[in-house]
Write a protein that binds this ligand. Sequence first.
Ligand SMILES: NC(=O)c1ccc[n+]([C@@H]2O[C@H](COP(=O)([O-])OP(=O)(O)OC[C@H]3O[C@@H](n4cnc5c(N)ncnc54)[C@H](O)[C@@H]3O)[C@@H](O)[C@H]2O)c1
Length: 440
Amino acid sequence: MNSGGVPPVIAPAAGTLGVLLVGLGAVATTTIAGVVAIRKGLAQPIGSLSQMGTVRLGKRTEGRYPRIKDFVDLARLDDIVFGAWDIFDDDAYAAARTAGVLDPTLLDKLRPEMEAITPMSAAFNQRYVKRLSGPNVKNGRDKKDLAEQLIADIRAFKTAHGCSRLVMVWCGSTEVFMAEGPVHQSLAAFEKGLERSDDAISSSMLYAYAALSEGIPFANAAPNLTADIPAMLELAAKTRSPICGNDMKTGQTLIKTIIAPGLKARLLGVRGWYSTNILGNRDGEVLDDPESFRTKEESKKSALDYIFQPHLYPDLYKDLSHVVRINYYPPRGDNKEGWDNIDIVGWLGYPMQLKINFLCRDSILAAPIVLDSALFLDLAKRSGLYGIQEWLSFYYKAPMHAPEVYPEHDLFIQLMKLKNTLRFLKGEELITHLGREYYD
Ligand SMILES: NC(=O)c1ccc[n+]([C@@H]2O[C@H](COP(=O)([O-])OP(=O)(O)OC[C@H]3O[C@@H](n4cnc5c(N)ncnc54)[C@H](O)[C@@H]3O)[C@@H](O)[C@H]2O)c1
């Protein structure tokens, strides 16, 4: 018996799944190239839980550990077709060459498939991404007109590629920091705002609105305020569309949410956590603008507060000094380097230090998250789940969550939640790790 309620009926993953990526930059092209390379048997889906992960079912003595993709009916990689929008008109092959993440010899083997993906013209306004301008941009009477053009793009894509289902992932640049305002409070207010091109409606919100209006699941891979506003939640409920985000947990924050739960578990105090990193890709250039950086900073800083719970452990974590810096440094390209200095306190108040130097590859860590988000959101939609999918917090730096609960940032709790959701969906027993039965 599972204790999560009656499991839903899951519609089969039949036919073609269209994965619509907003932004055809480093993350999007690395995701597309990866899927094409894996399909051709040129690479392994390393880092993807949906493709390589297993899930334990029943008791440890039963030895049942199926692959997740065999346990739940996920769209097969062969059944995915990609679409994209971008303000630049480079196809996915040229964009991947510009992004410089993947080796040209690999990209050349994927060239025909990647060249076939050309970006649709973007709904874009430099007001929300100051450092960019490009030629492949829509003109519209007002924001309502732009949203309608995006809906027309979605429908045309679906027909052209014979898709049975679609999902959309925002892989566009980080937009400037925005606070929730009156126009975001209800769907009616938002739709009126579209007509008068309200300044508080960013480009990313136009895409989310277009997707959710069509009943299409939406993930926000960036930190900008997009889908987690009451208007979008209302729309998602109305059209029964699942959503998740925000800001993929890669690089430094991934490591933070691996290390911090360990320190907390052992009740080691932390006086300070200084994080700095350098990166030189276009994302780094966009984040060099203080307004876009502020969006990122807010997203990156919240994790430690929630993991350490200073209100419960004031002696260990109150007044923790947490500093996050991102420096745009072109020579590194997509190969980010991060440094963390953590000032720890142990037994009797004795200080210790932990230094972490992570030479990571941003988009290599991000691509499997885009793939898994798309596949799991499609599963959610076929299972009748809609609104915020908290079980996908595992992938995000600033996880969307119900208003009455705090976001769960601990990677290991997030993973347990994700796997228990899969067990629930399939009517399997949830795993509590109590394990008393082995000793009775
Ligand atoms: N790489 C990572 O590890 C990682 C982790 C977390 C979040 N992110 C976020 O993911 C996003 C993408 O990262 P990236 O490295 O691919 O950046 P990128 O700059 O290479 O690509 C972003 C693309 O989005 C396009 N774009 C911007 N606004 C658009 C709009 N309104 N419509 C259509 N296209 C638009 C840009 O032209 C650009 O090609 C960024 O917001 C980044 O902060 C990346």
